[in-house]
Ligand binder design. Structure first.
Ligand code: AGP
Length: 602
């Protein structure tokens, strides 16, 4: 998704902007650009494809300046072409934009723009045109930005350079912007990761705030143009998350980070000595609530699917789940005795955010389970449960997924605790999850072998029953996302209702089969596959492997699990298989084509 970096420095800002754009690569993009203001002249470079191409273009033909703005573009209006690349420069104004201007065509009329000046297919160029026009009418850039903001329908974050001024100007609505403060430079970005390393403190801009950023100071104004103060937060060093270290890809690093993350989450929220779960600052009495509504997108939605199995098994609550992009546009009969939970790694996913707004309009108490604290979703919800996974750079969600599961499991145990019926054995099992995962990771070569056997498959099936069904869906999503191979996730019992017709020896079926109450059923499903010439790979535990051996071509034996730990532990094989197959096929593991890390548009 699009990213913004702006730097106002006592020294040249170009290197810092390029570094910031590299840090935003993980969000997904298809082109990039930069503009500087030097001696009251704009200089600009744009490029299609990777940031390294933009960097090379700047090395060949240097641009410099103390004030600069940069952008990574993820095409929404118009193809990824140089013409559509930001920044857009119009006489006295240069701008970069994130978000979608819904009324951009009407704005041409409202501001009586000369249409022949519009060269791109974007919704953003028009705002640069308007800005330049208004700069001739108003003395103050703040008044120009106020006027623009008042006329826009849609979502935006903008950074502007304006001739005759030594500041970057920025504003936002529905799309995040964060200011970075340090001694010799100040900066702005759409994401904390885009800020320079020397940043000491950060300020999150609120809806409609307008900021001016120059090398030695920043100021913030509200939509009326009155000066306002916003809270400063300490900037946590991000250096460690920006490097791959000994790993080939961020995704690999993030998969291997899971034992640490999970131990951290469990130890932060649960105390083994007293058998209790502590949800920070929680004042919710779940005994007074009968319904839980969960919404999310993609991988986070799969976490919600698992939570439904868990919460209905662990509590007496009625649990409903929805895909956020569906929930937001349908009629929902909401029982007032409900609590709403939204789950999101980025905390910026537009559809999830819109559901959150809908819940709030219906006066529901809202909980967000997010990885990015201070994200829009976190800030809008009544109560935030952080997933503590640390920044996730790879587009494919890995550690954020297992972290979401851990938090949702703890939530289930917390609800039990409020009824004094916490399942002690299950609770205790959480404390050894990280050890089980370490064992799986130690032996990660096995998954490379599986990946080799899948290399030429026409298509792949993941099947599972119960909690393993959403894991099958997540396994299929991971494979599609980073290997570009077709894969389906199926509830194993559904095979005979259609997809069995597809089974042949070029379509392997991977069964996720811990030896739980569903084991004998899934074993029958595997036999149905084999009877039709299909190849089967079974992922199970020791007890399961004894029974399953004769029914499979390959077998992976995992540590023993229970209904709460199985979802987390069986997530590892699906991540590792996808990762190794992607490496084998030579795809762009961390930034798969057409995808973005943070989906801030519909
Ligand atoms: C999965 O690997 C994804 N990249 C994607 O499905 C993601 O989970 C989804 O876009 C939701 O994102 P969020 O958790 O940041 O809201």
């Amino acid at each position: 998704m699009c990213g913004i970096v702006g730097i106002a420095s006592e020294n040249d800002c170009v290197k810092g902007i390029i570094a910031g754009l590299y840090s935003l690569e993980y969000r997904g993009y298809d082109s990039s650009g930069i503009a500087t203001l030097n001696d009251n002249l704009f200089a600009s470079k744009k490029s299609i494809g990777k940031i390294s191409r933009l960097e090379n273009a700047i090395i060949k033909d240097k641009i410099s300046g103390n004030l600069g703005i940069g952008h990574t573009r993820w095409a929404t209006h118009g193809k990824p072409t140089l013409n559509n690349c930001h920044p857009f420069i119009k006489n006295n104004c240069a701008l970069v934009h994130n978000g979608i201007i819904e009324n951009f065509e009407e704005l041409v009329k409202t501001f009586a723009l000369n249409e022949t000046c519009i060269k791109s297919e974007t919704d953003s160029e028009i705002i640069a045109e308007i800005c330049d026009k208004l700069l001739n009418e108003f003395n103050n850039p703040i008044d120009v930005i106020k006027k623009i903001s008042q006329n826009i329908q849609g979502t935006f974050s903008f950074a502007f350079l304006i001739k005759g001024s030594d500041s970057i100007y920025a504003t936002r609505r529905g799309s995040p912007l964060v200011l970075g403060l340090s001694e010799n430079l100040n900066s702005i970005s759409s994401d904390v990761l885009g800020l320079p390393d020397e940043t000491r403190e950060i300020i999150f801009l609120e809806e409609n705030d307008i900021a001016t950023i120059n090398p030695s100071s920043i100021s913030i104004y509200n939509i009326k143009g009155n000066s306002i103060n916003r809270k400063k937060h300490e900037f946590v060093a991000k250096k460690d998350f920006k490097t791959k270290g000994k790993f080939m890809h961020f995704m690999e690093k993030e998969i291997f980070h899971q034992p640490i993350c999970l131990e951290d989450i469990i130890l932060n929220f649960a105390d083994k000595k007293t058998n209790s779960v502590f949800l920070p600052k929680n004042t919710i009495d779940f005994n007074n609530i009968s319904n839980i509504i969960l919404v999310a997108c993609g991988t986070a939605y799969h976490a919600c699917m698992i939570a439904k199995y868990w919460l209905e098994q662990m509590t007496d609550k009625h649990v409903s789940i929805d895909i956020a992009s569906e929930y937001r546009y349908k009629k929902n009969n909401i029982d007032k005795n409900s609590i709403a939970i939204v789950v999101s790694q980025s905390g910026e996913t537009m559809d999830t955010l819109e559901c959150l707004k809908k819940f709030r309009q219906n006066d529901l108490f809202t909980i967000s389970i997010v990885n990015v604290l201070n994200s829009s979703i976190a800030r809008m919800s009544d109560y935030v449960l952080p997933t503590l996974a640390g920044p996730e750079i790879g587009v494919a969600a890995t550690k954020s997924f297992t972290a979401q599961l851990a938090v949702l499991a703890l939530l289930g145990l917390h609800i039990q605790q409020q009824k004094n019926n916490i399942e002690k054995n299950v609770f205790n099992s959480l404390f050894s999850i990280h050890e089980s995962i370490k064992k799986i990771l130690k032996d990660s070569k096995r998954f490379e072998e599986i990946a080799h056997s899948l290399r030429d498959a026409k298509s792949i099936f993941y099947i599972g029953r119960g909690i393993m069904y959403p894991i099958a869906l997540e396994g299929a999503l991971k494979l599609k996302e980073i290997t570009y191979k077709h894969c389906e996730g199926y509830a194993a019992g559904e095979l005979k209702h259609g997809p069995l017709a597809l089974i042949e020896d070029q379509i392997p079926v991977i069964a996720l089969a811990p030896s739980d109450h569903n084991f004998s059923k899934i074993l029958s499903n595997i036999q149905e596959v084999r009877a039709r010439g299909g190849k089967s790979i079974i992922i199970t535990d020791k007890a399961g492997s004894i029974k399953a051996k004769k029914y499979c071509d390959q077998i992976i034996v995992l540590p023993d699990t229970n209904y709460l730990t199985s979802a987390i532990i069986y997530s590892l094989p699906i991540q590792l298989i996808a990762y190794h197959l992607a490496v084998l096929l030579g795809t762009d593991v961390d930034q798969p084509r057409n995808l973005a890390k943070s989906v801030t548009v519909e």
